[in-house]
Design a protein. Structure first.
Length: 325
């Protein structure tokens, strides 16, 4: 049967920067924190986070006979330009290239094909336990950062991000739940560093969204407001947006564990593959139809807030720039 070492080799061949393997057991501490987060209303109006709670807590609810979890990571880091052009809004790093859901999704499918190819086909036909898989990239009902930590890919920092010793927190995660019984990784606390007494992310958050260690109040998070929220943005958060037209990277930018970040090797995630680091706010405001919007943003993550949301963000960016002249 295929081994954990085989899975990691195949993951590297499929292009993944990180691969770790763990059991499909429930992680009680993660479940408890998740329930506290929901009880505090910190998920804002992202109701799907609450309605899928039961499935998120236990991988065995996602597929029959789940035995192992394969956690995968892709580095997406690119540096910022030193200056922002007038009239333009800055895009968060994860969205500057092609839509990472699709890019990493294709890599995940490629990995599963590679696994199946290497497995004994007779065994696959004879035993259902020999190779069933389900996978997600960011959007699935899964406590992915908790399982990534358990699989040894990093540790969860005070800003709730998974932090890896090589790539920092600039990591897109994907997960595969499988009926394969694989040897889990044995991790040691501190392998990826730790936050210690540092609280730079907490102090630097533009709208005070990091309310406690590892707890983000989405109702105060600029990424939530500029990407997920489709209604009017209150002035309380419009001002702190500055020139951010899509997302916010501040809590990651100030993290000392990100100071030696490595530029991604994935061409599809580089700015030239998508809309790039900056968007002309007036160009966004001049879009008149959904078709024009989709023609501009197709294949990128910037379709998420829809035309109305991105135009709302563009107006705020222009107003913020005008106010500092």
């Amino acid at each position: 049967m295929i081994t954990s070492s085989d899975i990691k080799r195949l993951a590297a061949e499929a292009g993944f920067d990180l691969c770790g393997i763990t059991t499909a057991d429930v992680i009680p501490d993660a479940v408890e924190q998740y329930h506290r987060w929901l009880a505090g209303g910190y998920h804002a109006d992202m109701d799907w986070m609450a309605t899928s709670a039961g499935r998120r807590e236990d991988p065995s609810t996602l597929m029959d006979n789940v035995r192992s979890v394969v956690m995968l990571g892709v580095n997406y880091y690119v540096p910022n330009s030193p200056q922002s052009p007038a009239g333009h809004g800055r895009v968060s790093r994860h969205a500057r290239g092609r839509d990472y859901h699709k890019v990493v999704g294709r890599m995940t499918e490629s990995l599963i094909r590679r696994i199946r190819y290497e497995m004994d086909r007779e065994v696959v036909r004879q035993s259902d336990a020999a190779g069933r898989f389900k996978w997600w990239v960011d959007y699935g009902p899964f406590l992915e950062r908790a399982y990534a930590e358990k699989a040894g890919l990093g540790f969860i920092g005070k800003n709730s991000m998974l932090i890896n010793r090589r790539f920092g927190s600039w990591i897109v995660l994907a997960e595969i739940v499988t009926s394969l019984e694989l040897e889990p990784d044995h991790i040691r606390p501190g392998d990826h560093g730790r936050c210690g007494t540092c609280r730079r992310c907490i102090d630097a958050c533009p709208a005070g969204a990091i309310i406690d260690e590892k707890t983000i109040d989405s109702r105060r998070c600029l990424s939530y407001w500029t990407i997920e929220r489709h209604l009017q943005i209150p002035e309380e958060f419009a001002g702190p947006m500055g020139n951010r037209i899509f997302g916010c990277d501040t809590c990651q930018e100030v993290c000392p564990l990100n100071e030696k970040a490595v530029v991604t090797s994935h061409a599809a995630l580089l700015p030239h593959s998508g809309l790039g680091e900056f968007i002309d706010a007036k160009q966004i405001l001049n879009l008149r139809t959904t078709e024009e919007f989709l023609s501009l943003t197709a294949g990128t993550s910037l379709t998420r807030p829809k035309l109305e949301g991105l135009q709302r963000n563009a107006r705020i960016v222009l107003a913020n720039q005008e106010s500092v002249r």
